[in-house]
Design a protein around this ligand. Sequence first.
Ligand SMILES: [Zn+2]
Length: 83
Amino acid sequence: MPMARCPVCAKSISSEAATCPNCGHPIIIDEVTHHSLSSIYETLSWQKEYLRSISKSMRFFVTVAIFGLIGLVIMSLVLILER
Ligand SMILES: [Zn+2]
């Protein structure tokens, strides 16, 4: 039985199925190739968006870590100088 991939939920489904059994997305057999291609494009754009959000949060995390380290250094210097 030939297998296809649902363009909406990316589940492996039979290409003979009229609709995706998982999410109910209608599958047109003649457009299975087109659907899998568009699902690849969707996945790629989603991953791009995901990587962008990760790098944004990483930037935030790095900034917080640097400021935390600077604060720790200043606090330890103050504590050392007060002795
Ligand atoms: Zn589906």
